[in-house]
Design a protein around this ligand. Sequence first.
Ligand SMILES: [Zn+2]
Length: 462
Amino acid sequence: MGQAARTTKLLLDLARRDQGGANTHKRRCLQATGTVLNAARRFYLEFLLAHPEKLLERVEVISKQTGEVKEALISADKLLTWAEFQTVETEAHPDPLLEWNFTRAFPDFPNRYRRSVIKDCIGKARGYLTALHSWQQSGKKKGQPGVPTASNHPTLYAGTYSLELDEMDMRQSFVRLKVYTGSQWEWVHYPTRYNRYFEQRRAEAGWEQGSPKLILGKRMAAIHFVQTKTITAQKIVASKRDPDLVTVAVDLNVKQLAVITVRQHGKIIQTRFVSDQGLDAHRYGHLRRVAKKQWQSGRPIKGERSNRQLWGHIRRQNRDVAHKTARAIVEVCEQYSGCVLLFERLRTIHAKGGSTSRRLNRKQANQLKGNINQLAKEKAYAASIVSAEVNPHGTSQYCARCGSRGVRFTFQAGQRITGKGGKLFFCPTCHYECHADFNASCNVHHSFFREYHWQPRVKPSG
Ligand SMILES: [Zn+2]
């Protein structure tokens, strides 16, 4: 039994005013909220770093399962309670530490927001202390971890915030949020990019709702709804003993993004090719432009970004295609309940040789493969389908029918040209000819069942 988790995002509408976006006051409020959160984070980070002994305190914990008493690092929840006790003024506890009075410094700061900030800072302060400790242990002179301060760790303060919201007032296209106006905290209505797909996904049966989070970025603001689902699926080892087991193998490539083959009783019963619809060539065109501009502008300046819109476009296209391909894979799996999804273990490929644009494009294609693999596994798991990774050794060189070594070839002007980049596969032993990616996909099944001599060990995962 396991758990699948996913996030459904609802963007706040920060488009232009005449297109229904939030007005300037509302935008300013979001900015002011970011600023005040920064200040609060700085406060707590300084407070926590001033008490390192508490952060690394060892306490006795009783194990829930065995009842054993052990010594362990103090939990984040206990630290949170402790930090609140030291810094927050309440009626029951009117005098916190004098120099660390959060209530005086930040009047009316919402409790939920404060807790999010403290939790965030606990993680960061502990990370720093652990790094410092291991540096001291190592006895090295160089590389002392810097104290996280506003100047040397801008990412600690700027960047994204995630705030847990305790109450959510959602009215279709508006959402009510507590934000800082610059002088006080107020409830403000924000327009959202609400749509029926969002509602469909949020209301889907079988998914449990977690508490929503407000994510504040530099140019965006969104509410993330976390959903979880309990999954019951058979273990791979148990499935493998089933003689009627259906295996779905996927071979990931560049032009044919995925070649999906389904096998049962030793026969391929279904095949699906997912083409990239010319994405690779399209992306190559863009990257040629990027490479040319990089060449013209010379050495890049540190911290400065170039070709932002173009990279954004490429990123969005890749993400879209990755989701669609992953979806196509899972759709095939869903036709066979209890099937096992098989992937080759991805190799780390370093793009080398060729022009800059070609290298950039190879790199993008490799990343896309990784994304498809990752997304397909997640989507499949949410549909109670387990996946396994097989050894990729030899899947593209050997014949899927007889197991001997074959060659790749392609047709050019009616001539057979044998070469490494060939689209087609030919086996000189049994004279089998087919699409090379199809052959590789079939070999993934063989690799899972270890049917041929050239396949060494299999390392299942998940
Ligand atoms: Zn053969």
